[in-house]
Write a protein that binds this ligand. Structure first.
Ligand code: CA
Length: 233
């Protein structure tokens, strides 16, 4: 699936320019015009990179960046700050708030594209060695391996992606439609019951009927990964 870029910019001329050119390069894009809308956009889908304007109405780009860095789920989210031409101090402050890079306006489109691609490459190189661990379950993204305690869990590629996706946002409930979209990628012929079948297989592999089930079924809503599985029960 192509990388997803969240554009946070209130000036229509600029976000349209970015949106158009990023789409032309094959990226998936979303645009929000205020810092207040960032949280919702991220809750809806975690982007691979954020292009964040400094000067926004309401909370500023700097504040947005600080908030992203303060939260576990977004603390390593790649952020490129767009700043007005000028003051070196502002540039430094931009990086001090945790932005990975900054681009000075007015910018050239090829420069933005190059910076976006470069940061995505760097971020991918980092995530590739990343392991996610909750409780006794560890997922190793580089080796496509899942361990429960010392036991290797054999999963199909789809079940691996499903678990990886759920574990990226523990506690969050995903609908079957969302999981289909994110894990299977909009293959319209696939039925939502497919999700139930794969969750069932995933549970079987993870728990073997003995260990605590880390996947929570939320009636009429969907599924979530319970980061506290097996604790305090
Ligand atoms: Ca602005």
């Amino acid at each position: 699936m192509s990388a997803s870029i969240l554009i946070v910019e209130d000036e229509a001329a600029i976000h349209q320019l970015l949106d158009y050119n990023l789409k032309a390069e094959g990226f998936r894009t979303r645009v929000v015009e205020t810092g207040e809308d960032v949280h919702m956009a991220i809750a809806d889908e975690m982007p691979d990179l954020v292009l964040l304007d400094w000067m926004l109405p309401g909370i500023s780009g700097i504040e947005v960046c600080k908030l992203l860095r303060a939260r576990d789920q977004t603390k390593t989210l790649p952020v490129i700050m767009l700043t007005a031409r000028g003051e070196e101090t502002e540039r430094v402050r931009g990086l001090a708030t945790g932005a990975d890079d900054y681009i000075v306006k007015p910018f050239s489109v090829p420069e933005v594209m190059a910076r976006v691609k470069s940061l995505l490459r760097r971020a991918r190189a980092e995530t590739i060695v990343e392991q996610i661990t909750f409780g006794d379950i560890t997922i190793d993204r580089a080796r496509k391996r899942v361990m429960r305690g010392s036991r290797d869990i054999a999963l199909s590629p789809t079940e691996f992606r499903l678990l990886e996706y759920l574990m990226q946002s523990p506690g969050r409930v995903f609908s079957r439609a969302q999981l289909l979209d994110r894990v299977w990628g909009n293959q319209s012929e696939i039925d939502e019951r497919t999700v139930d079948v794969h969750v069932g297989r995933l549970r079987k592999q993870l728990s073997r009927g003995k260990e605590a089930d880390p996947i929570r079924t939320v009636r009429s809503s969907g599924y979530s990964f319970d980061e506290k599985h097996g604790v305090g029960r």
